[in-house]
Design a protein around this ligand. Structure first.
Ligand SMILES: *[C@@H]1O[C@H](CO)[C@@H](O)[C@H](O)[C@H]1NC(C)=O
Ligand SMILES: *[C@@H]1O[C@H](CO)[C@@H](O)[C@H](O)[C@H]1NC(C)=O
Length: 239
């Protein structure tokens, strides 16, 4: 009887060791592959969220260390000057969108490629309650994971679609098509991207839109980078 119990215990120990090894392997392979896919914006966000570790050689190395609990990480991120600076920059941009009559407190807004969610925070602070932030990595609590090229939303459910992530989009035409699909007819799409140096470049971005018509074009400095902001009315163009 005792022999049986001992044997059983031995087996359980063996099995748990195997499970633990498999889990570790998974964690390692997951963190290295996701790190590879990240663009600089995500690296920055991740680097900020794991900034506690002293002198990490790369954000990948830092990310594989034990992270802070989510609420603490979030509090820490929010308290940085960089966070405030970015949120304020987006706040100014959205004030001009309000000025055009395209955004109100009751608007349902989608932010695509939102990184750590500075634009989501800016919108919420300004009184817009219904804001959804998505990106290829989950950065709680403001941004959840979805593919910008294949948005998990029904057609026409948003009043406004915003993104500062066109420059990093793998398939810009698909990226814009998904915004045009998920924003309602008559709603607006606002994209901020690296400042165009020629009319042809602006036309190229305009050409990505298949159903929308231009409302407004402006230049702005968005957190230190010279940007062009294009504002389109969705569904206003003849197909
Ligand atoms: C929107 O909400 C903010 C914050 O609650 C409020 O200060 C502002 O007056 C509201 N704006 C409008 C137009 O209702
Ligand atoms: C934005 O800046 C570019 C390059 O500096 C310039 O060619 C263009 O006319 C500007 N566009 C607007 C709308 O001010």
């Amino acid at each position: 009887m005792e022999g049986h119990v001992q044997e059983l215990l031995n087996r359980i120990t063996l099995i748990s060791a195997a499970v633990a090894t498999i889990c570790l392997f998974y964690v390692f392979s997951a963190s290295s592959s996701s790190c590879r896919q990240l663009d600089s914006r995500h690296h920055e966000a991740l680097a900020m969220t794991v900034a506690r570790s002293p002198f990490p050689r790369s954000s990948c190395e830092a990310a594989s260390r034990r992270p802070l609990p989510p609420e603490k990480r979030w509090k820490k991120l929010q308290s940085t000057r960089e966070w405030r600076r970015r949120v304020d920059a987006f706040g100014a941009l959205f004030r001009s969108v309000r000025g055009l009559g395209l955004l109100g407190n009751a608007s349902r807004v989608l932010c695509v490629s939102a990184g750590a969610g500075h634009e989501v925070a800016a919108l919420r602070e300004s009184g817009v309650a219904d804001v959804t932030g998505i990106d290829i990595v989950d950065v709680p609590p403001l941004v959840r994971r979805s593919d910008p090229h294949n948005l998990p939303f029904f057609d026409g459910v948003f009043d406004l679609g915003f993104s500062a992530g066109l420059d990093g989009a793998l398939f810009p035409a698909r990226f814009v098509a998904e915004l045009e699909r998920t924003v309602r007819k008559g709603g607006a799409i606002v994209l901020a991207f690296r400042r165009c140096s020629s009319e042809a470049e602006v036309d190229e971005v305009r050409g990505l839109f298949k159903r929308s018509a231009l409302i407004h074009l402006s230049n702005a400095t968005l957190v230190g980078s010279e940007s062009t902001i294009i504002t389109m009315r969705n569904g206003a163009a003849h197909v």
